[in-house]
Design a protein around this ligand. Structure first.
Ligand SMILES: *Cc1c(COP(=O)(O)O)cnc(C)c1O
Length: 313
C-alpha cells in the first residue's frame, strides 16, 4: 500500500482523507485466537503521518483564525511532531520554529536535518530551560517572545490536538469494516488516547504507554475525559515500556523483525513496536476472549526508524 499526499490542510479535507485510510486484516501467529486488524494511518501522508497530522490540523486552523502565519513548537532530536510540523509548514505555507532540547550537536539527527531542509528554524535550549516547557515564561526564557506565532506544546498535545484525534475516532465509527471490541494505540502523553475515546461512540480504547510515567499518562487521559464529560474510560496497560522512552530490549527488536517479516508492515521502535509487543503478550497469555476483534491504530512516525537503523539493520 502506498501513502497518499494531503493536498489541503483544513479539518474538512483531513476528515475526507481520514475516511479513506485502509484497514488491513492481520494474519500472524503472534495473535492466536484473536481477530486483529490494523488501520494504516501511517499511510495518510508520507511526511505528515497519522497521529501527528490529526494533532496538527486544528492547531493550524487556530493559527489561521488568529490571523497568524507561524507556529512555534518544541521537541527532542527525533520528534515526530517537529518533523510533521516542519513538513506541514513547507507544504501549506506557514513559517515554523522548533525549540529543541539540548545544545546544537555537530551533526543533526536525520529528523532535524529534514526539519531544517523543510524550512523550520531551529532554536536550541539547554535541558534545564527545556524542562520549563509547560511554563508561561517558556518562550520569553528562550528569547522568543517577540514572535507572533501560535504556540503548540510538545507532541501537539493540547485541546486542538485532542480534537483531531476525536475526528479519527469518528472516522473509525463511520468506516470500520467489522465491529471492534477494542481499539488499541500507543501513548506518549495520553492526549491521543483521550481524543480517540471521545470520538468513538461505543467500544473501548486500550492505550499502551511507551515510557515509564504510566500513571501520569493515565491521569492525563482521565483529566481530558472529565473535562469533556466523556463517561467512557480507556484501559491503560502498563508494563510494556521496555525500559523507558525510546529504549529497546532484545525481545522487542526480535518481535518487531518478526512482525514486519510476517505482515509486510513497517513499524517504528518508539511507539508501534511496543504496541504490537503488548498485544502479542496479551494474546499469548490468554488475556483476551477468543474471537475478540481488536483494531490496532498504526500511528505512523516511520521517519523515526532512522534513529535506530543499526539496531534494526
Ligand atoms: C506522538 C506519537 C504517539 C503518542 O501520542 P500521544 O498523544 O502523545 O499519546 C503515538 N505514536 C506515534 C507514532 C507518535 O508519533
Amino acid at each position: 500500500m502506498t501513502p497518499r499526499y494531503l493536498t489541503r490542510f483544513d479539518p474538512g479535507s483531513v476528515r475526507e482523507a481520514t475516511l479513506n485510510v485502509p484497514y488491513q486484516r492481520l494474519h500472524s501467529s503472534l495473535f492466536p485466537e484473536v481477530e486483529v486488524w490494523m488501520r494504516r494511518d501511517d499511510l495518510l501522508d508520507p511526511l505528515i503521518s497519522g497521529n501527528k497530522a490529526y494533532k496538527l490540523v486544528y492547531n493550524v486552523q487556530r493559527m489561521r483564525e488568529q490571523g497568524l502565519d507561524a507556529i512555534i513548537t518544541c521537541g527532542g532530536a527525533w520528534s515526530n511532531h517537529i518533523h510533521a510540523t516542519a513538513a506541514a509548514g513547507r507544504r501549506f505555507g506557514f513559517r515554523t520554529l522548533g525549540v529543541i532540547r539540548g545544545a546544537r550537536p555537530k551533526e543533526l539527527s536525520a529528523t532535524l536535518q529534514d526539519a531544517e531542509r523543510l524550512g523550520m528554524k531551529l532554536h536550541f535550549v539547554t535541558r534545564a530551560e527545556y524542562r520549563r516547557r509547560y511554563s508561561d515564561e517558556f518562550l520569553s526564557l528562550a528569547g522568543l517572545e517577540q514572535y507572533r506565532a501560535h504556540f503548540i506544546p510538545e507532541g501537539g498535545s493540547n485541546r486542538e490536538g485532542l480534537d483531531g484525534l476525536r475526528m479519527l475516532g469518528e472516522a473509525i465509527e463511520a468506516t470500520a469494516p467489522v465491529v471492534f471490541d477494542q481499539v488499541w494505540l500507543p501513548c506518549g502523553t495520553g492526549v491521543s488516547l483521550a481524543g480517540l475515546q471521545v470520538g468513538l461512540g461505543k467500544g473501548g480504547t486500550v492505550g499502551v504507554p511507551v515510557l515509564k510515567a504510566e500513571g501520569g499518562i493515565q491521569e492525563e487521559a482521565l483529566r481530558w475525559l472529565r473535562e469533556l464529560d466523556c463517561p467512557r474510560i480507556p484501559a491503560v496497560l502498563g508494563g510494556y515500556h521496555c525500559g523507558g522512552y525510546a529504549r529497546q530490549t532484545t525481545a522487542l527488536r526480535a518481535l518487531q523483525r518478526y512482525f514486519e517479516a510476517d505482515t509486510g508492515i513497517p513499524l517504528e521502535p518508539v511507539y508501534m513496536a511496543k504496541l504490537v509487543y503488548a498485544l502479542s503478550q496479551h494474546c499469548s497469555a490468554g488475556k483476551l476472549q477468543p474471537g475478540s476483534r481488536v483494531l490496532l491504530i498504526h500511528t505512523g512516525g516511520l521517519q523515526g526508524r532512522r534513529g535506530f537503523a543499526p539496531a534494526i539493520k
